[in-house]
Design a protein around this ligand. Structure first.
Ligand code: BES
Ligand code: ZN
Length: 612
């Protein structure tokens, strides 16, 4: 009797479910899903099985063969991180059927009313299950250690389309009695409804379970790629243009890391409240609309989520304690793809920006050094609270260090072999290190593997990358302090990344007149590129330029991507003595809260509790 994962009730002495068959009835009026889950195990089991749930209500558990009810219990007190332990008592069954309902506050789901959508006509709902939110959609062993396959029937209003991170089977009218389990009047329930059926035949960790339901349209952009978004021609056209180079990146990925194993690589552009830049849901990556900037720079986020198709989705971290195995490898793989499709200088700039982020994050965690390690202890810790760039960039640095040691050709062979050896498995840091030592004999005498994986901070043999663009921009930012403005010819080929880097390197408090001059010339506060706009607004807040507060407010109400919410709210509430900024932050959050995904709501609340 021992938990396999600090974030899950799943017990090591119980079998893992290897398949779940889901029936989900979407009730948009009450923001509720009424569902059933048929969980199957490889062998019959007697005794308890622990499952994870969060704000689910369970109405029955039965043996699907005999239809006899099975005993179950739901812990009366919810753990603030893990939720409620749902225990089912089996006597020699190898499957059981649970009937349940989600709550409107399900942490994975964002329910958007029609006015919160682009077309303002139909509602919309989507999932974000990473890190530990799948349990708020259906009862499961919600640990990446337990991989499972699934089928799903989504019963939705017939004006809406459902998509999933799975193979689409068919769209059909509900079969008679199909809704009986969740609705007393099955005939009424079938009216005006359609069922969308899906199957995922490859075993995935539960955090990769994903769907979206709304008024969706699509454009084909490659032989295995379709871009989905709200059905607005202008949005679809812009998305199709931004992601036109996707097939090229998939092919480069295959050359570098081996065959693409998921058949399709579709993209879904979500409403602006999507809390992340991208989420690597298999077969269908979820993206924020803020990556569409009209200059194909969204390709970098796509390169990252695509890279997860090998590192993360094929080989998965066993628990969040080894999160760097997902994100460090993916950051490395992303930069290898970017290097081929956008050139070495672009990849070097990304590495430079990453290095800067790593150093900043080390500052942020200087009172919590545990989370500056690659291998972390997360007992009693909510993974959403400690999310940072450290696993990405320190993980990247570690792999880059190994590459420098053994040379790129040998490292490329090693990577391919690593992926082929562990595909469809969930592994931990020690399994990686053992594989490394077995395949690169003597590596532990060249690189201090223990320091890299168990030590805090940045190891001395990490490498500050050399990027000409990076160095040039940083020196221009330094000169700004001495009153030197930019020349037009210096910025003529700058995209969002270059501007962002420039703005972030300016001193935290510049003169208000300088901020105004910068904006007068480059219209940064009105930039369509949120990376630039938010970097500029941060500067405005820290320099006390209150005339930009209305733009800050507008931004916080337009987008729900945490990359923007985090720095803006932090800048507003951080320094003591800025009463006006704090009052603004409180009021805006009060008004915008409902428009944010529950995960983003939680993150803003924790910024407030830390600084106020
Ligand atoms: N898997 C992550 C997003 C994530 C991490 C969601 C942890 C929930 C918990 C995704 O692959 C990611 O890293 N997205 C980045 C994109 C960027 C690195 C290009 C993001 O959203 O900022
Ligand atoms: Zn990632």
């Amino acid at each position: 009797m021992a938990p396999v994962d600090p974030h899950s009730f799943t017990d090591s002495s119980h079998p893992f479910a290897t398949h779940v068959s889901l029936s989900l009835y979407f009730d948009f009026d009450s923001s509720t899903i009424h569902g059933s889950a048929l969980l199957s195990f490889p062998t019959p089991h007697s005794g308890p099985i622990y499952l994870d749930t969060r704000s689910l209500s369970i109405s029955s558990v039965i043996d699907p063969e005999t239809l006899v009810p099975l005993p179950f219990s739901l812990s009366s007190v919810a753990d603030p991180i893990k939720g409620q332990n749902f225990t089912v008592f089996l006597s020699n069954q190898s499957s059981f059927l649970v009937a349940f309902s989600t709550s409107p506050s399900s942490s994975a789901l964002q329910w958007l009313s029609p006015v919160q959508t682009f077309n303002k006509t139909f509602p919309f709902v989507y999932t974000q299950c990473q890190a530990i939110h799948a349990r708020s959609v259906f009862p499961c062993q919600d640990t990446p250690a337990a991989r499972l396959c699934y089928t799903a029937c989504l019963n939705v209003p017939n004006q809406l389309t459902a998509v999933m991170s799975a193979r689409h089977i068919e769209r059909r009218p509900p079969a008679s009695g199909e809704a009986a389990m969740v609705c007393d009047d099955a005939l009424w329930c079938a009216q005006g409804r359609m069922v969308e059926e899906f199957t995922m035949e490859q075993p995935i960790p539960p955090y990769l379970f994903a769907f979206a339901v709304g008024e969706l349209g699509f454009r084909d952009v490659g032989p295995r790629t379709r871009v989905y978004a709200e059905s607005v021609p202008a949005v679809l056209d812009a998305a199709a243009k931004e992601f036109a180079g996707t097939e090229d990146m998939i092919e480069q990925g295959e050359k570098l890391f081996g065959p693409y194993e998921w058949e399709r690589f579709d993209l879904l552009v979500l409403p602006p409240s999507f809390p992340y830049g991208g989420m690597e849901n298999p077969r269908m990556v979820f993206l924020t609309p803020t990556v569409i900037k009209g200059d194909a720079s969204g390709a970098q986020v796509v390169a990252h989520e695509l890279a997860h198709s090998w590192t993360g989705n094929l080989i998965t971290n066993k628990t969040n304690e080894d999160f760097w195995l997902n994100e460090g490898f993916t950051t490395y793989a992303e930069r290898r793809i970017v290097e081929v499709v956008q050139g070495e200088e672009k990849a070097a700039l990304n590495t430079g920006i990453g290095w800067r982020n790593l150093n900043e994050e080390m500052e942020r965690f200087n009172d919590n050094m545990e989370f500056t390690k690659l291998k972390t202890k997360q007992e009693g810790v909510d993974p959403d609270d400690i999310y940072s760039r450290i696993p990405y960039e320190k993980g990247f640095q570690f792999l880059w260090r190994i590459e420098r040691q053994i040379g790129r050709p040998a490292f490329d062979d090693f990577l391919k072999k690593y992926i082929a050896s562990f595909k469809f498995q969930s592994i931990d840091t020690d399994m990686f290190l053992n594989f490394l030592k077995a395949n690169v004999p003597g590596i532990e005498t060249e690189i201090d593997l223990v320091l890299w994986t168990e030590g805090t901070g940045i190891p001395p043999d990490a490498f500050e990358p050399v990027s000409n663009t990076y160095a040039k921009i940083v020196s221009l930012a330094k000169e700004f302090i001495h009153g030197r403005m930019l020349r037009d010819d210096e910025v003529s080929n700058w995209h969002g990344q270059e501007w962002e880097l420039y703005l972030e390197n300016l001193p935290k408090s510049v003169e208000a007149s300088q901020v105004a001059a910068l904006n007068a010339h480059y219209k940064l506060a009105e930039s369509k590129n949120y990376d630039v706009k938010v970097a500029f607004l941060q500067l405005c807040i820290s320099s006390g330029c209150k005339e930009y507060f209305s733009e800050v407010e507008k931004t916080l109400k337009e987008v729900g991507r945490m990359k923007y919410l985090r720095p803006l709210y932090t800048a507003l509430v951080k320094d003591s003595g800025k009463e006006e900024a704090k009052i603004l932050a409180k009021r805006v959050f009060g008004e915008a809260r409902e428009c944010y995904h529950p995960i983003a709501q939680g993150v803003v609340e924790s910024i407030f509790s830390k600084h106020m």
